[in-house]
Design a protein around this ligand. Sequence first.
Ligand code: C2O
Ligand code: CU
Length: 471
Amino acid sequence: MTHFTGLSRRGFLFGAAALGGAAFLPTAAAAGPQLELTAMRTQAQLLAQPRPATPVWGYGGDLPGPELRFRQADRLSLHARNDLDTPTSIHWHGLRVPSAMDGVAHLTQPPIPPGGDFHYEFDLPDAGTYWYHPHMGGAEQLGRGLAGALVVEEEVPIRVDRDLVWMLQDWRLEPDGAIASDFDGMHDAMHGGRIGNHVTLNGRPGPRIAVAPNERLRLRIVNAATARIFALDFGALAPVVVALDGQPVAPHAPEDGVVLIGPGMRADIVLDASGGAGTEAPVRDLFRPDGAYEVATLVHGHTPLRARAPDWDMALPPNPLPEPDLAAATRHEVVFHGGMMGQMMMGADAPAMIDQMRQGRMWFINGRAAQGHDDPPLIVAERGSTQLIAMENRTGWWHPIHLHGHVFRIVSRDGRPTVHREWRDTVLMAPKERVEIAFRADNPGDWMLHCHVLAHQAAGMAALIRVADAT
Ligand code: C2O
Ligand code: CU
């Protein structure tokens, strides 16, 4: 049975009173059993009024796309339609779906042509915060707005007053509000990707969000930007991280006090509005310390919801993920090269790499820039085996590395075991960092491993992992 609600069940109390309603996403109409999602051209008020609306691409005419909500163990059944004049597909980022439902155009399905459609149907074994986006011409299709959140609620969710999705997007806008069309810029591809000049939260710039003093929020933060990394600072408020990429983690204060989220990644935080009646709490992105700006402002009302912050349990129940067996793991060394550092191409000394660079392929995984889905797989894993991938970032840039079809544990960083051994589907690697991830390769098919800075992916930073039964 599909269950999906528009407003979160606890959203009523304050929903209508939220300043400008900025905290709420458009939601799919619960009209019938059949969900539909149509990629189309539309307009969105990304700039503050009275500045002009921006022509964007959105799902169902909304931006971001409808917030799809299900309950754990539900089955998603959804009809995708393409009203664009270019082919598209839908990938369900972070969900462990069968390969045929993974939405990677040309690899797991044919592209959905203009005017065409595709039916997606799969089970939802894991609760958590996920999202959907095209997996085709990604830098442009996401850069023009195609993205939405998908929430799978726990059978017994943790207690909060409101459960909200915060979808972050980054736009490169011209002065007239139009989206700049430079999606394949070489400079962006060789550096940090196509960083924009305008950030929105749920489609609005710097929304003011009403909270009641001592109200408890669960914020499901999704980074749907194609290149920008966020380091969110909540000022005097103290966020507690309870899930990463949808997967429960022991509740903890974020490292250095900021919630660091690379493209594609999610963080669920519990936030008590402890700012005091009538106060404002800015939420700022400090990733570029010289360019800090406000992503949103929490505006405390005058009537406290309770005398002090609640002491309700924050720990989420674990998902049924297959535990990697490290003692029996097959180990792989995977090295990332490429991009520019000053005037230098990093690590691209081998003649083979220089040849690839001449064809616009700027990023390399073990010396090879992806060309297409016919490339030989980087790793072939026997179904059920544990794979340990030791990744090394020999570039001068950050890379959020995403694996399809599986969720992995982050075992170590720079040789030190991680504190939380967190489960993730995307790991953010700092320049020069080494990270070990491990997972049980239990989902048969060809799965992408790629950088979620989409200009990096397009310039070669992608590979395939094939999971197959032993022959
Ligand atoms: Cu969020 Cu391969 O994608
Ligand atoms: Cu990258």
